[in-house]
Ligand binder design. Structure first.
Ligand SMILES: [Zn+2]
Ligand SMILES: [Zn+2]
Length: 596
């Protein structure tokens, strides 16, 4: 992965030295790049190195620079429990990296670091390192050094389940990357899968079982899945051509997952992609939730109305951002087991609102046997509410919209399951429940961009989000990001990789005779995924600082007469309706073209 900014800095540096560009360029890029990953345990405060890799990667960082990045702390949906933060530092000069480690109180052994033979302590303790991993690349868009490399691993798949593993991975990759959610970013991605067989089928309960990576759930509720053996996961991920975003899929038919260093989900047909795209939303965009009662940070959140940073997406004649009028009447994550009877939510309204939204998630209802489903009954003030019984017994999100507000006074919402319901060992659960009311002038259109309140557990406003229901960071069942998250993802990706893969020119004694540039295959060069509206790559060539208009938008050309200029430059611009603001110039890259 590379940074455009640093590439431009490198070019400037080369120009200043005015040496033969090709030669110096080659020298600089042939310095190996060190990438050190470390972990900060927010509970104990401990920091330690978990990986050190030496990469031979082109362009990227100048010799005297380092680059760092942080992923969000581990996210357990609907639980405010940051556990571990994951960091990365890259540089070509080891002494600069050592300095950084010292300043940040991260213990290291200089000899081991210099030799590049560092072993992850978690890997040393892991029983599962050095297995015969089978690596396949499912999507290849270009050189790993200048692409976002996503690696899928699976836990709880036995040798006999090898075919199931590859078919689950193909299905998830198709849903996620060829389907709607990430399709426009596809030319920036490589997708690899790594198969490491497990002794047992399925994952552990309450503690790691005999599986490749030790994934396990706690208790019977369908929520977090924890990585029992992170060392083995890091070891496997390193077997792929590059590992920027590790994903682990539990061989388990039910809802569950986690965000953080590893995005974790399951092979559930119903909820596997639902969980995975949301967790990747956290990891790719470095953003928090848009739902109520979550952790908030990043591009999709504003603490105050006057700090809203998505005004360029708001269609409004008024320059002032206003909060859309809605209230939270009830917010809870009851994890109620219907073995203990029905669940009752009591709340009040002031009778001033025009519409009501009741949203809950439940598991164990419905049935594959359509003739004999297990029905959940929901009554508001003794009137049964109509909704479609889910087709699956997995955890499902259900939305009931009432076209009127609630009357002033006390209300009661009661959830009950039939007495003889328990045909699955997991039983019936009510996981989450939110009740909101909207005022008459609240926007009808779900994708309207404005400032919508998010509420904390006590139903107080905890800040603002960009849309009401258009984002999968709020509504896990959606397949799209809001326009703000979509744009932010582009910015995060283009911060890590360059638009230009490489450029070169041919020279003869009379001057420059031909040139070519290769870019990320976006716009008219796209062969993967689906472009958003108005996606285009613009290419501009400059000789001696003046544009060669006749070669505009050509990615290769031969000069009719050789161009007698000392320097040739190329500028590549990326245009898409998904990006409206580019504060750091990431959609533009101009470089010197080395000649040979
Ligand atoms: Zn989340
Ligand atoms: Zn969003």
């Amino acid at each position: 992965m590379k940074s455009k900014f640093n590439y431009i800095a490198l070019i400037a540096f080369l120009a200043v030295l005015s040496l033969d560009q090709g030669t110096l360029f080659a020298t600089e890029i042939h310095q190996p790049l060190h990438r050190v990953r470390w972990i900060h345990d927010l509970g104990t405060g401990a920091r330690h190195i978990v990986g050190h890799k030496i990469l031979q990667t082109a362009i990227s960082l100048r010799c005297d620079e380092i680059r760092t990045r942080t992923l969000p702390a581990t996210i357990i949906e609907h639980q405010p429990s940051p556990a571990v933060e994951w960091h990365e530092i890259e540089g070509r000069d080891l002494s600069k990296i050592e300095n950084y480690l010292r300043i940040n109180n991260i213990p290291f052994d200089a000899n081991i670091l210099a030799s590049g033979t560092f072993a992850d302590p978690a890997q040393e303790h892991s029983k599962n390192v050095g297995g015969d991993d089978e690596v396949r690349t499912l999507i290849s868009s270009g050189p790993p050094a200048n692409r976002i490399d996503i690696v899928f691993m699976g836990d709880g798949y036995t040798t006999a389940e090898r075919e199931k593993f590859f078919s689950d991975m193909n299905r998830l990759v198709d849903d996620m990357f060829l389907g709607e959610t990430f399709t426009s970013y596809l030319p920036a991605f490589n997708v690899h899968v790594v198969f490491r067989p497990s002794e047992q089928s399925g994952i552990g309960k309450d503690r790691p079982g005999k599986t490749a990576y030790g994934l396990y759930r706690e208790g019977d509720t369908l929520r977090a899945i924890f990585p029992g053996d992170p060392g083995a996961l890091r070891d496997s991920c390193e077997q792929a051509p590059d590992c920027d975003y590790p994903i682990v899929i539990a061989n388990d038919p039910w809802y569950g997952g986690l965000g953080g260093e590893f995005a974790i989900s399951t092979s559930s047909l119903k909820s596997g992609t639902v969980v995975l795209r949301h967790e990747l939303g956290h990891n790719f965009g470095r953003v928090g939730e848009e739902y109520d009662g979550g952790g908030y940070f990043g591009a999709n959140h504003a603490d105050e109305l006057n700090s809203v940073d998505w005004k360029h997406w708001i269609h409004s004649s008024s320059p002032k951002v206003h909060a859309e009028p809605m209230v939270a009447r009830y917010l809870a994550w009851p994890w109620h087991d219907f073995k203990e009877g029905s669940f009752e939510a009591s709340f009040k309204s002031n009778g001033q609102y025009a519409r009501t939204s009741i949203r809950f998630s439940a598991s164990g209802f419905g049935s594959p046997d359509a003739a004999n489903p297990i029905n959940l009954e929901v009554k508001l003030d003794d009137f049964p509410l109509q909704f479609t019984t889910p087709e699956s017994q997995d955890r499902t999100f259900i939305d009931i919209e009432l076209p009127q507000g609630l009357s002033a006074g006390d209300h009661r919402l009661v959830f009950s399951a039939p007495a003889n319901a328990s045909i699955t060992s997991r039983g019936q659960w009510l996981s989450s429940l939110t009740i909101h009311e909207y005022a008459a002038d609240f926007p009808d259109e779900i994708s309207t961009v404005s400032a919508f309140p998010v509420f904390d557990r006590f139903r107080s406003v905890a800040g603002y989000r960009p849309t009401n229901e258009a984002c999968l960071m709020r509504d896990m069942t959606r397949v799209h990001f809001c326009t703000i998250c979509q744009e932010n993802n582009w910015m995060k990706f283009l911060d890590r990789i360059d638009l230009i893969d490489q450029a070169s020119a041919q020279k003869n004694e009379k001057g420059i005779s031909a040139a070519e540039v290769s870019t990320l295959a976006l716009g008219q060069y796209r062969t993967l995924g689906e472009a958003a509206k108005d996606e285009k790559i613009e290419i501009l060539w400059f000789a001696g600082g003046k544009e060669l208009i006749e070669y505009r938008d050509l990615n290769r050309w031969e000069a009719k007469t050789p161009i007698a200029a000392k320097d040739l430059e190329v500028e590549v611009r990326f245009l898409t309706s998904e990006i409206r603001r580019d504060q750091f110039g990431r959609t533009n890259q101009r470089i010197s073209v080395p000649s040979r």
